[in-house]
Design a protein around this ligand. Structure first.
Ligand SMILES: O=P(O)(O)OC[C@H]1O[C@H](OP(=O)(O)OP(=O)(O)O)[C@H](O)[C@@H]1O
Ligand SMILES: O=c1cc[nH]c(=O)[nH]1
Ligand SMILES: [Mg+2]
Length: 215
């Protein structure tokens, strides 16, 4: 199941427009905060798919019966560009555990690269709701490599993937590499990629815009 937020008019698209806007994204703090804001909206939508049960809450004046979340959630993200969206998800799923995985493009030529995953810190995923966030899904190779590593940590009850911008090519790869039940939440799906596998029109290099150019 893919939910494409660009298909519905909402404040979400205002935030994503600012994230894409070459002038506005020069404000690094606003760029990070906008990624956080889109992830907050996605967290709210994901929350509607979770398991709830009624609990008795003691107020200063009595007892209120409230439906609250029973599921255990693990929020995983891909370093570095995933950090602002991870924070957005954490702002809403504040009781969740976190998993951090590194992935980078190790170029063998200008246009070819392998994905190197060097670092993974994760709790057990058995029976949990696993939410993996990344602002960009281009070829899909980073996400597929990260999911392969996370599989060593257990079998989640449900996997959610959260992307700012994705491509059809990336989504097609994930259809082959992730469980059929995976729910995908995406801000927009763009048509093209450059020869260097950057999304067009996309937004540029999300990691560099959030944290500065790396050498
Ligand atoms: O779908 P793919 O073709 O694998 O590309 C997407 C990956 O590229 C970006 O990270 P990047 O490698 O630029 O690392 P960074 O976060 O350190 O900038 C992005 O955050 C994804 O993880
Ligand atoms: O367009 C892209 C593709 C990969 N990583 C990015 O940050 N941007
Ligand atoms: Mg980058």
């Amino acid at each position: 199941m893919i939910t494409d937020f660009s298909k519905t008019n909402s404040i979400f698209n205002q935030f994503l427009s600012e994230i894409r806007d070459a002038k506005i994204q020069k404000d690094r703090m606003r760029f990070r905060r906008n990624l956080e804001r889109v992830a907050e909206i996605m967290a709210y939508e994901i929350s509607k798919t979770l398991k709830y049960s009624e609990k008795e809450i003691t107020t200063p004046l009595g007892e209120a019966m409230m439906n609250t979340i029973d599921d255990e959630i693990v929020l995983a993200t891909i370093l570095r560009a995933g950090i602002p969206m991870h924070q957005g998800l954490l702002n809403y799923f504040d009781k969740a555990d976190s998993a951090f995985v590194s992935a980078f493009r190790n170029h063998t030529s200008d246009e070819e690269f392998d994905i190197e995953v060097e670092y993974c810190a994760s709790p057990t995923l058995d029976g949990k709701i696993l939410v993996i966030s990344d602002p960009m899904l281009a070829t899909g190779n980073s996400l597929a490599s990260v999911y392969k590593v996370l599989q060593k940590y257990g079998n989640p009850k449900q996997v959610h993937l959260v992307f700012g911008i994705a491509t059809e090519q990336g989504l097609n790869l994930l259809e082959k590499k992730l469980p059929k039940s995976t729910k995908i939440w995406v801000g927009a799906i763009d048509d093209e990629m450059t020869a260097q596998s950057y999304i067009v029109p996309g937004l540029g290099d999300a990691g560099d815009l959030a944290f500065g150019e790396k050498v």
